[in-house]
Structures are given as C-alpha cells and as structure tokens.
Design a protein around this ligand. Structure first.
Ligand SMILES: Cc1cc2nc3c(=O)[nH]c(=O)nc-3n(C[C@H](O)[C@H](O)[C@H](O)COP(=O)(O)OP(=O)(O)OC[C@H]3O[C@@H](n4cnc5c(N)ncnc54)[C@H](O)[C@@H]3O)c2cc1C
Ligand SMILES: *[C@@H]1O[C@H](CO)[C@@H](O)[C@H](O)[C@H]1NC(C)=O
Length: 429
C-alpha cells in the first residue's frame, strides 16, 4: 500500500515537473524570439535552410509542431516533413480495426495540427527516405535530394507482417482495404491461430473471440508469460481476461511453420493445431537501415539508433542530427507513444535553440509513468497498467463508449471526429 502511494506521489511530481518544463519552455522561447528579431540574419542573401524531419507519427509530428510554431517569424529555417503516409496512422486501435468495422477512423488527416505555424513554414513531401548522407536525404520515389541544416529521425518501428501492428500501405484507401480484408478473413475463419502474445496479439485475440464466441481461437506465445515487457500483475490479468472469454492460450511454444499446411500448423514441440487462419502479431523492428551509410556505429544490434541525453545522435561528427521515438535507443523497455511525444518535444526545443543561435540544453530522461498502457480485453473491458519496474498499479474499466478512444485521438490532432475532407479517399467508404 505504502509502495503504491509512493508510485502515485512520484507520478504527480512528474506531472508538475512536466508542466513546469512546458511553461518555462514557452516563456524562454518567446524571449529568444524577441532577442532574435534584433540580431543580424544568420544566413546571407535570404537563403532558406531546411530542418528535415523523417517520419510524421507521434515523435515526428510533435517535433514538427514544436519547431514550426516556435521558430521566430523572420527565421531563415523551414520545416520539411518527409512521410509516405497520406494520413496519421493511429496504431493503438489497429488490432480492434482488424475485427470491427471502424477502419476509417484509424487514419487521421494530417495538417490541422500544424495550423499554428506561419504560412510557408512547413513543406510536406509524400515520399520515403531511401538513404541519408552528410549533404542531404535521398527520396525513394522522386530520387530528389533534400539538403538539411538539421535532421530529425523519427521513423519509429515497422512490422514485416503489417497488420495488426502497422499498416503496410501509404494511402488511406489502400489501408482501409487491408483492414477490411483482415476483417473478412477473420469473419470467415472457423479456427483462428494468433501468434505473439504482446499487446497486439492479446487485443486481437480477445476482440475476435468477443465478437465471434463460436469460433475457436488459440494464442501461441513463445515466452513464459503474455505481455512480457510488463509486470507480472498485468501478465496474469491478460491471461485471465483471455481465459474468461474462452481463448485458448499456449505459452512457451513456437510455431515450426509459417503457413497453414493441410488445415493445421505445427508447433516446435510437435503439437499440431487445426486452423484455417493464422494472424502473425510478432516482430516489430526499428526502422533505421537507411542510416547505415551515414552513422553505422550508432545503430545498435536491435536496430535502434543510439542517442545522447539531448537526443542528438551518438556520433560526434553529426551534432545536427537528432533521433526520437521508437527508433531511438533511450533505455525504455516498452516503447510507447507518450515517450515518443515527449522526446519529440525535447528535440523540438533543442533544434529551435540551435536555430536561434543557442546550444541544445534540454535532455530526455525516461520516466516509467509514460509507459502506462490500456490493454483492451474484448470489446467492453480494459486494464490500465503502470509500473516503475518494482511496484505495479493496475485497474480494470468497463468500456461503455467504444467511439471514445477514436474521437479523442482525432481531437488531439486538431481534427473534428470523423471529418475527412479528402474526397478521393472518401469514395471508398
Ligand atoms: C497495437 C499497438 C497498440 C499500442 N498501444 C499503445 C498505447 O496504448 N499507448 C502508447 O503510448 N503506445 C502504444 N503503442 C505504441 C506506439 O504506437 C508507438 O510507441 C508509437 O507509434 C511510436 O511513434 P514513433 O513516432 O516513434 O514511430 P511510428 O509510429 O512507428 O511511426 C514512424 C513513422 O515514420 C515513417 N517512416 C518510416 N520510415 C520512413 C522513411 N524511410 N522515410 C520517411 N518516413 C518514414 C512511417 O511512415 C511512420 O509514419 C501501441 C502500438 C501498437 C502496435
Ligand atoms: C511472423 O513474422 C515474423 C517476422 O516477419 C517471422 O519471422 C515469423 O516467421 C512469422 N511467424 C509465422 C508463424 O508466420
């Protein structure tokens, strides 16, 4: 009990600290903007300098906003966002959208979130970065080179298998089609095997069983416990939640084959499971290979990119390159959107300082409270969980309003739920 009180107290202290940081940040930024106006220009002949941000998900989009809205009015810098997706992919709800037809809501229009920035401050490039060198980033489709004065790497993680962890499509129309195909496959299956007992696998198996109680659903996980990045309390609650719904869970087992042969799959122990659909929920990997030419030593064996506390890349030759979000090696056990956002804000702050003649001073210190997770266990139940590695705190909730989570995310990104102006994208609805 005392430990839990301590946990709550340090959470509250963190929140106050964060508010303080935000308030101080905006006062200081205003001060620097005023100072900057009376300075001689940093560049000659009105040359424009690019702050290139690769990836516009939680980390990159927040970095873009922090920089675009805090650069002084006459700054020679502009923000160039390079992102292949037509819309922001709301990852948290992807497992649900594999089962329930809410798929359009997982794609949130880009743009309004940056409306505070002055005209011409932001350029969007809908392309993928193929490689990076000292002079610029190279685009995959257009083969164009974009030079940078500052570079922010926010490319997160990818899943080779696509759904349910990531959508392997760039346009909303294609993404919606992929989700609908998955919904159809699950609807038509009689015996479903879900491989991987992280959040995506647990949520998908639970939602599918809740919606289709008559189907036989098995979850296969290689570790001793589900949700292995989290504490034993959540692990037990997840297992119980699946059991209550009637999902069969098999732990400490790996699949021996990656596809269904003659109506079943084999496990490495020799056990056979009859099934007609397999959904692979394993294998998210940081997206960093495009950096191999520029900073090979900074890439860790798991694919994350090593950073300094200021979130500059761990390479003395590249002080103008920053890394944030799931792709950054910052010592977090369970990478999550909240810490990606906070890292984005640290990078935004430091880059604005540098772009106004200062040096990067803010550092990112991981805080366990950012790893708070809400795990859904079927369509009307969830468990929220937070842990500092020693003490765990979790509580169960009834989810009565299924629209709520979607609507909040849209509003968060300054978009009215669920208005999507893009007519071409609308036609598929
Ligand atoms: C099923 C699921 C549920 C989750 N639930 C939660 C939750 O409840 N709470 C929570 O806090 N977190 C949750 N997360 C984790 C959260 O989604 C991630 O931590 C977060 O998405 C990381 O954000 P990011 O910006 O670092 O990278 P990502 O979201 O991975 O985005 C990377 C972006 O970079 C772009 N990109 C990649 N390569 C290139 C390139 N070469 N050129 C240009 N652009 C590129 C991609 O298109 C993408 O837009 C969940 C994740 C999953 C999969
Ligand atoms: C699941 O996907 C991962 C990553 O692509 C792959 O290594 C693994 O073999 C796949 N497993 C199954 C059972 O398909």
């Amino acid at each position: 009990m005392l430990q839990k009180a301590g946990l709550i107290a340090s959470f509250v202290a963190y929140a106050f600290n964060l508010l303080g940081e935000l308030a101080w940040g905006s006062i200081e930024t205003k001060y620097r903007q005023i100072q900057f106006l009376s300075r001689p220009p940093l560049t000659e002949h009105g040359e424009i300098r690019n702050i290139v941000i690769i990836g516009a998900s939680y980390a990159g989009y927040y970095t873009a906003r922090a920089i675009a809205s805090n650069l002084p009015p006459k700054s020679p810098y502009r923000v160039v966002i390079i992102e292949p997706h037509s819309h922001f992919h709301f990852t948290w709800v992807l497992p649900r959208c594999c089962v329930v037809d809410q798929e359009h809501k997982a794609f949130i229009p880009y743009g309004p979130f940056l409306k505070g920035a002055p005209e011409g401050r932001v350029r969007w490039v809908r392309d993928r970065v193929a490689k990076v060198d000292r002079d610029g980033v190279w685009l995959e489709k257009s083969r164009e080179q974009v030079p940078y004065a500052f570079l922010v790497i926010a490319t997160g993680a990818g899943a080779a298998e696509g759904l349910p962890s990531r959508v392997a499509a760039d346009s909303k129309a294609e993404g919606v089609a992929l989700l609908q195909e998955m919904q159809r496959n699950i609807r038509q299956a009689h015996r479903l095997v879900v491989v991987g007992g992280g959040a995506a696998g647990v949520e998908l198996a639970a939602d599918a069983k809740h919606k289709y109680p008559e189907k036989h659903i098995t979850l296969v996980h290689s570790r001793k416990a589900l949700m292995h990045r989290f504490g034993p309390g959540l692990q037990a609650a997840a297992l119980q939640g699946l059991e209550d719904l009637g999902v069969e869970t098999i732990l400490q087992e790996r699949t021996a084959t990656s596809s269904i042969v003659e109506g079943h799959i084999n496990l490495q122990s020799g056990r056979r499971i009859e099934c007609d659909l397999l959904v692979n929920c394993t294998g998210q990997k940081p997206t960093s290979s495009f950096m191999a030419g520029l900073a090979p030593e900074a890439i860790s064996p798991t694919g994350t990119i090593r950073t300094k506390p200021t979130l500059q890349i761990q390479d003395e030759k590249l002080p103008n390159v920053y890394v944030c979000g799931d792709v950054a090696a910052v010592g977090i056990d369970n990478p999550n959107a909240r810490s990606a956002i906070r890292q984005g804000m640290v990078v935004g702050y430091n880059v604005v300082r540098e772009a106004t003649g200062g040096s990067p001073t803010r550092t990112y210190n991981p805080f366990w409270g950012e790893g708070v997770i809400k795990l859904t266990l079927g369509l009307d139940k969830s468990i929220s969980h937070v842990s500092d590695g020693k003490t765990e705190l979790w509580w169960q909730s009834k989810e009565t309003n299924r629209e709520l989570m979607f609507a909040e995310a849209w509003k968060h990104l300054s978009v009215k739920p669920f208005e999507d102006g893009d007519r071409a994208e609308k036609q598929v609805e």
